[in-house]
Design a protein around this ligand. Structure first.
Ligand code: HMG
Ligand code: MG
Length: 316
């Protein structure tokens, strides 16, 4: 058994764009610093495996996320990749104008701002209230758009917050619509701590549809703390979403969110999508080999079930 046997199911898209976050969300929580050459090779291997969007790093304050303090050193090492992979996008996270200046100096073509649906996480992650954070992003989105740089907006804690508990749908929609209205081309709805279940996903996406947000502009970003990420993804696909965030090998977590574990593993996602006959452009074997190599670099096995199964099968 090497690859899934595809059988189509009704009500699902023909193609899904995977927004790979391993080098950013996956690595940002690693306490041991990963050498910049390893990060560059990780990204190059992900692009070679067919991923067309690979979030490369963050231009945040280096003290806040020491693992990504080498962003300036990493970017020049990626300069040759778009020539080899013309469709490749390498977005970077930018919290403020200082971050935008740094990203533009390194010719970033895509950036992402990252807001919070709750007050507590806004304070912990961005050192300001949720509204103040929105005000901080506004000039970033304006200036990036003027410079021809596409902006994604993340919204965290859309399905629950470790300090505040359940988050009202109306609150999530209000902040999400602000990001879209300020000019973010895409809005990624984050289950930062992985507590969502499929009914909740359907309800939130229906509320966004009612507020006038087209499904083409929405993405989903699930962490897999409670093993729900794949079921939640299927629920989102049924609501018309076609962009799904995932992290190679299931790496990840957020340093400022208590109990956030790894993202949905890209391999587990690809196994399901290919099994449903949905195109991704990803070579699953090359991706699994990459995550196996990265697990070796980090000194521990990948939590992805698909990586474990396929590497186990390869080993006999
Ligand atoms: P602050 O301390 O309030 O910043 O941090 P400030 O504006 O008061 O500035 C203080 C000093 O920092 C100044 O220097 C600035 O120049 C400098 P000084 O004048 O004192 O010498 N500074 C910077 N330096 C470099 N790059 C910058 C920058 N900005 C200011 N960009 C700030 C506010 C937003 C900067 C800080 O809170 C921060 O960096 N936070 C980032 C936290 C983070 O990266 N979290 C993880 C990503 S979010 C996530 O993982 C969730 C997601 O995956 C979705 C999900 O799962 O839900 C996206
Ligand atoms: Mg995340």
């Amino acid at each position: 058994m090497g690859l899934p046997d595809p059988v189509r199911a009704p009500g699902l898209p023909e193609e899904v764009r995977i927004h790979e976050v391993g080098p950013r969300d996956g690595l940002q929580n690693e306490s041991a610093l990963v050498p910049v050459e390893v990060k560059a090779e990780f990204i190059a291997r992900l692009a070679a495996a067919g991923l067309k969007t690979v979030e490369a790093t963050s231009f945040v304050h280096p003290k806040w996320v020491p693992q990504l303090a080498d962003a300036e050193d990493l970017m020049p090492r990626l300069a040759g990749l778009p020539e080899r992979h013309p469709a490749l996008r390498l977005p970077v996270l930018v919290p403020n104008e200082r971050g935008l200046d740094r990203a533009l100096a390194h010719h970033a073509g895509n950036i992402a701002v990252f807001a919070s649906a709750t007050e507590t996480f806004a304070r912990r992650n961005l050192n300001r209230s949720a509204d103040e954070a929105m005000a901080m992003f506004r000039p970033v989105v304006e200036r990036a758009t003027e410079a021809g740089v596409a902006v994604r907006g993340y919204l965290s804690m859309c399905f629950g917050d470790p300090w505040e508990g359940p988050v009202p749908v109306s609150q999530v929609v209000r902040f999400g619509m602000q990001l879209l209205e300020m000019g973010c081309a895409e809005l990624s709805l984050g289950d930062t701590i992985g507590v969502a279940t499929p009914g909740q996903v359907g309800a939130l996406l229906a509320a966004f549809a009612e507020a006038g947000a087209p499904a083409e502009r929405l993405a989903v970003h699930f962490h897999d703390t409670y093993g729900q990420a794949l079921s939640n993804t299927l629920a989102a696909l049924r609501e018309g979403v076609t962009t799904v965030d995932a992290s190679a090998g299931g790496l990840g977590g957020c340093p400022y969110a208590k109990s956030a574990t790894g993202n949905l593993a890209t391999e587990d996602l690809v196994w399901m999508l290919h099994g449903l006959g949905i195109r991704t452009g990803v070579d699953l074997r090359a991706l699994v080999a990459t995550s196996g190599w990265m697990a070796g670099q980090l000194g521990r096995p990948s939590p992805s079930r698909t990586v474990q199964a396929l590497l186990g099968a390869a080993g006999g």
